[in-house]
Design a protein around this ligand. Structure first.
Ligand SMILES: Cc1cc2nc3c(=O)[nH]c(=O)nc-3n(C[C@H](O)[C@H](O)[C@H](O)COP(=O)(O)OP(=O)(O)OC[C@H]3O[C@@H](n4cnc5c(N)ncnc54)[C@H](O)[C@@H]3O)c2cc1C
Ligand code: SF4
Length: 462
């Protein structure tokens, strides 16, 4: 250990941009055993590991599994990393580590943080390849829990309940499970087989998964509460926000999640409406978050003639991850900062245009973020064939939720006790994006785990 002077930080190799644009495959080649060990050996084993205590929302046992893999004990590293996390190989791929564990690593100051995410993903990939299994006890109690939604929050809750031997039935309205892991985050960031592998494991552990069962439509929340001892609601927040500017309803304008979902269905083999085919088109994406990055990079793979991002703040204030921004630039995306859309319109010659105004960054507002100031008389037109709106997400109301006595705030987000994840109905728990608003996979996983632990205390007295 402590080998950080001789061994430098290495990120996983990336496939060349020209090659990776030909497919939707993952762009990173994760570590083999030797690389995993060498990178883990850099860890200084701090007495108070900020990576775990402050950086990681799951408070994973990071120094312990780094030490285990550095000692060539893949089995121990695998069990340790799966002890606190419901899917380390997924989080190692999708977490914005620079803001979380790696940002809190002592070595981040000068030497280069430990590549925690890549090591975490590699440990579980290598362990599964080596045939290692996760121990689940089978259903050992007469208590039953219903989980609504099969995204990260729901998977996490189900995982920890099954590990305690509790019977779990999961209800999902979509055709495939995984929530945004399946239909939001594109395959070039997260291979769908990795999501499938987790579901195979959970089903083997006893999970009963009901697909195409929208709670509030095919089955009521009342029925679930009657049939089960507790219910977890993890229905996410995927209703796209609109910009409220003129022209948003034109047929060439689409919402980010509609585009990404249709593309993923197409990759799974379904037909897609021609309007979602970007081949030869000039695509303009409005927004600067991670969803915008995913749309931009998907459109590039879809054969667009040009792909541009319009964002009203500057690069320093862009919420999207820097890693994904640089990946998008390498892949040919054009970023236009300090540009605010005013309206979308069609010229008499049928040319679609986004009328934009230039902006500059002003003083910080009440929320601490610098205000956007419009520069007077600076408007001009950006021509486009397709416009994708990636302006954030709202919660979609679930029928029956309020009738079941579950309090929601004025934006429709479920209110819970953050310590226990219990809602205002003591039999109903919740977490993830439907409570936080659009956030992260790892925070949804942490909520799911917290809810499962509270249910165990309540149902089993543990
Ligand atoms: C395009 C995109 C890219 C992202 N990239 C990243 C990333 O790289 N890293 C990261 O950490 N985060 C990322 N996020 C955010 C992350 O995906 C979410 O924060 C996370 O998935 C939230 O998990 P969840 O379980 O709360 O909700 P979701 O993943 O949205 O899952 C909710 C599930 O509930 C189901 N559901 C809804 N209503 C019902 C109902 N009535 N009955 C039954 N089922 C229902 C939905 O179909 C869905 O499957 C991204 C988000 C988007 C949109
Ligand atoms: S779950 Fe995310 S934050 Fe926690 S150790 Fe893994 S990559 Fe880092």
């Amino acid at each position: 250990m402590q080998n950080f002077v001789e061994v430098h930080r290495h990120d996983p190799e990336k496939v060349e941009a020209t090659e990776r644009l030909k497919t939707f495959d993952e762009i990173y080649q994760f570590f083999d055993k030797r690389q995993t060990r060498k990178q883990a050996e850099r860890c200084v084993q701090c007495g108070d590991p900020f990576c775990a205590t402050i950086g990681c929302p799951l408070q994973n046992h990071i120094p312990q599994w780094l030490e285990a893999i550095a000692a060539r004990d893949l089995e121990r590293a695998f069990y340790l990393s799966n002890e606190s996390s419901p899917f380390p190989e997924i989080l190692g791929r999708v977490c914005p580590q620079g803001h979380l564990c790696e940002g809190a690593c002592t070595l981040d100051d000068g030497h280069g943080a430990i590549t925690i995410g890549a090591i975490e993903a590699s440990i579980t990939d290598l362990a599964f390849d080596a045939g290692l299994q996760l121990p689940f006890p089978g259903i050992r109690h007469d208590k039953k829990v219903a989980v609504v939604g099969s995204g990260p929050a729901g998977i996490s809750c189900a995982h920890f309940l099954l590990r305690a031997g509790i019977d779990v039935e999961m209800y999902e309205r979509a055709e495939r499970p995984g929530g945004l892991l399946t239909y939001g985050i594109p395959g070039f960031k997260l291979d769908k087989e990795i999501v499938d592998r987790r579901f195979k494991l959970l089903r083997k552990a006893g999970l009963k998964l009901h697909l195409q069962q929208a709670v509030g439509q095919e089955i009521s929340l009342d029925e679930l509460t009657e049939k089960h001892d507790a219910v977890f609601i993890g229905i996410g927040a995927t209703k796209g926000k609109r910009g409220n500017f003129e022209g948003e309803d034109l047929p060439q304008v689409m919402m980010a999640m509609d585009y990404l979902t249709v593309k993923q269905h197409q990759i799974f083999g379904k037909d897609a409406d021609e309007k979602y085919d970007m081949k030869g088109k000039r695509v303009v994406v409005i927004g600067g978050g991670d969803t915008a990055m995913d749309c931009l990079r998907t459109a590039m793979r879809d054969g667009a003639e040009s792909v541009s991002c319009l964002y009203r703040r500057d690069m320093a204030n862009m919420p999207g991850s820097r890693k994904e921004y640089y990946n998008a630039v390498e892949e040919g995306v054009d970023f236009c900062f300090n540009i605010s859309p005013r309206r979308i319109y069609q010229r008499p010659d049928n040319q679609l245009c986004v009328e934009v105004e230039k902006t500059q960054m002003g003083e910080p507002g009440e929320d601490g973020r610098q205000r956007v100031e419009i520069i007077p008389d600076s408007s001009y037109c950006v021509p486009a064939d397709v416009i994708i709106l990636a302006l954030g997400f709202d919660m979609e109301a679930m029928p029956g939720l309020l009738d079941a006595g579950v309090k929601c705030d004025k934006w429709g987000q479920v209110q819970i006790d953050p310590q226990t994840c219990v809602t205002s109905n003591p039999e109903i728990y919740s977490g993830g994006d439907c409570y936080r608003g659009a956030d992260l996979v790892v925070t949804a996983a942490a909520d799911g785990r917290r809810a499962a632990l509270s249910m165990m205390r309540e149902l089993l007295g543990k």
